[in-house]
Write a protein that binds this ligand. Sequence first.
Ligand code: SAH
Ligand code: SF4
Length: 476
Amino acid sequence: MKNINNTLCEDTSNIENQNKYAERVRKIINEKISREKRPLYVFIQTFGCQQNEADSERLLGSALSLGYEKADSIENADLIIFNTCAVREHAELKAFSKTGQLKHLKEKNPDIIIGLWGCMVNQEHRVDEIKHNYPYVNFAAGTNMLHRLPEILCDVLETNRRRYYVDDSNYPLVEGIPVKRMSDIKAWISIMYGCNNFCTYCVVPYVRGRERSRDADVIVEEAKNLIESGYKEITLLGQNVNSYGSDKGEVSFAKLLQRIAELDGEFIVRFMTSHPKDVSDELIDVIATHKKIERHFHLPIQSGSDEILFKMNRKYTTDAYTKVAEKLKKAIPDIVFTTDIIVAFPGETDEDFEKTLVMCDKIGYDSIYSFIFSPRKGTPAEKMENNITDAQKNERMSKLLSQHRERIVKINKSYENTVQKVLCETKKNESGCYFGKTSGFKLVKFTYNGNDNIYGRFVDVLITSSSETMLTGKMI
Ligand code: SAH
Ligand code: SF4
């Protein structure tokens, strides 16, 4: 991929350089607000993973700092941004389909600015499609442009030209981007960006660049401020969090997690995603000793066949994976495992797939996020011969899901009559229920008959029944 657009300002890695553009954007927006005697609204829709959710909170924060207000609905918006995902074709098609639906809004009001952001847009062939098929899209910008929203909007507002920013050569690590968080009790903190692993099926290293770890002191300070302002759950995010720091050689992920877990205050900390090859003894030790770190480990296995793992370039065997899981279980007996699985990777035989089922039973996952292999342009697996029919793909997927269903019903049943500590994440709903999660990330629906406001509080819930999808109980 190459730089499609010229950069507009000299040092694009510097947030201060955005200030002059921000001033110009604010002026244009304020003039429009005075003219039309109404606020201007921004609407941001996110596709894909938690890292995208976290990025969208920064896009929203930036837009609000420029003078926009948050729109209740897309119909009212003056600025619409779709933050896209490229991990599977389905996510890309969804973003395009939603973009297609914006045409009538633009026809009604040509002043609306429409932007496509994120991973999908960091691929040249997708930008070509946007250029040709969606002429009403004003701008497209990749993940590495996050701090440059003022500059991009300034360009669009002043020139009315369509602009496309795709640049895989420069992935700066920029601090200080304004953020508007979606929740007032749960916060994401991206601790690193990018990925170095190049799993053969995955587009992430191409669209998010190489691993860049944020400074540990800055992350700890961010966590401290969030906790002091009332946040109860901090989730540390990265494509491969447990290799945090390896690009800098300073603070390891285990040390970073420990520093956060040792902060004062009543809160819990979660993290995702971890790569099985990077689970150190030090990390296991830190989780075992710190009660503020939740007992949930998302450890994507992808396949239970060593041949397929090798073709995926996952850099571990099922044996090595099992050893890591056993070590974790020994040190932290109540740990809950969840995983990702790709079904029908090129060359996967019935025997390979059966081995995946065996591994799932052996580890006993509480949740499985399963995906049918989706060829991604430019990745090695795209070129691998793949003779698996659609019927076989669907059959394997439904086998995996039904095996999982049987297991999870039993696992959830074992929670009945136990007391679980839960962060109350919602206000009371119409049927008088609240929702939260256990330490192991299980959804809990519960009742509470008192009058206190329990939103954002840690409460003890007696589990009285269970189903495939959740635990149900009452606060005690
Ligand atoms: N960094 C994380 C998440 C990557 S994307 C990790 O390594 O686990 C989330 C999940 O999407 C992956 O774990 C994988 O199971 C799935 N995935 C990635 N690329 C895919 C593809 N081309 N087809 C199907 N599933 C894919
Ligand atoms: Fe993709 Fe593999 Fe990196 Fe995860 S570890 S983001 S699956 S390349």
